[in-house]
Write a protein that binds this ligand. Structure first.
Ligand code: DGL
Length: 234
């Protein structure tokens, strides 16, 4: 399981709860965070490089717990290794495309994820007409890395990114399309509650990705025995 930093821990937590017998290894590429402001080729190079380190540790599946790397590097990573590779975009996008009450969906992500159009494509796969409004929130990543996840500073930043979007778009669903953003969930939910004229359900990738990983391991006969050691490595 890898991310540019601490964000992927939000996915790791859901994997731990869903798959208690699996041995999980987490790599946060904090030497090179952020990914979300870097060129697609750079993110691809980092993602392939990090995947090689995990494969050297005998990983039987790779979870790209980073939306930016999922957006830019899923094909490159999948082509590079012989094990299943699971991204964080398609599982949540499929779920939200179906569950959205009025088909008005907001997607928050890094500059890279927003520019890639990966969420627009993943949401369109369901074939339902949807209105999708995207917003990049690059300062959320350093705030999460610093542990500044509550109080005045993140609240002001979230208002600046979200107030106009919420007032304008009448959203029913908001996707936290960066694995760092759930660490600021309380702040984001507070701003949504104050600034949106419509009720908005907030979604993140963690549970949907964990379900997807569990299904894939079972389908490929790769699931750990119930008595597996369930260790965590970082
Ligand atoms: N947590 C990552 C994501 O989901 C990357 C954030 C960053 O490094 O910019 O996009």
């Amino acid at each position: 399981v890898f991310d540019s930093g601490v964000g992927g821990l939000t996915v790791l937590g859901a994997l731990r709860a869903r798959l208690p017998a699996e041995r999980l290894i987490y790599l946060g590429d904090t030497a090179r965070v952020p990914y979300g402001t870097k060129a697609p080729e750079t993110v691809r190079r980092y993602a392939v490089n990090v995947t090689e380190l995990l494969i050297e540790r005998d990983c039987k599946a790779i979870v790209i717990a980073c939306n930016t790397a999922s957006a830019f590097a899923l094909e490159a990573v999948s082509a590079h290794v012989a094990v299943p590779v699971i991204d964080v975009i398609r599982p949540v996008a499929s779920a939200v495309a179906v569950s959205s009450t009025h088909g008005r969906i907001g997607v928050l992500g890094t500059r890279g994820t927003v520019a890639s159009g990966a969420y627009l494509r993943a949401l369109a796969r369901i074939g339902r007409p949807l209105h999708v409004a995207q917003q990049s929130c690059p300062l959320f990543v350093p705030l999460a890395e610093e542990g500044w996840t509550s109080g005045e500073v993140p609240t002001r930043v979230a208002e600046r990114y979200l107030a106009d979007l919420l007032a304008r778009e009448s959203l029913d669903s908001l996707v936290l399309g960066c694995t760092h953003y759930p660490l600021l969930r309380d702040v984001i939910a507070d701003v949504v509650g104050r600034c949106s004229p419509t009720p908005v359900r907030i979604h993140d990738s963690a549970e949907h990705t964990a379900d997807c990983v569990a299904r894939k391991l079972a389908a490929d006969g790769l699931a750990a025995a119930a008595a597996g050691d369930g260790s965590l490595g970082f």
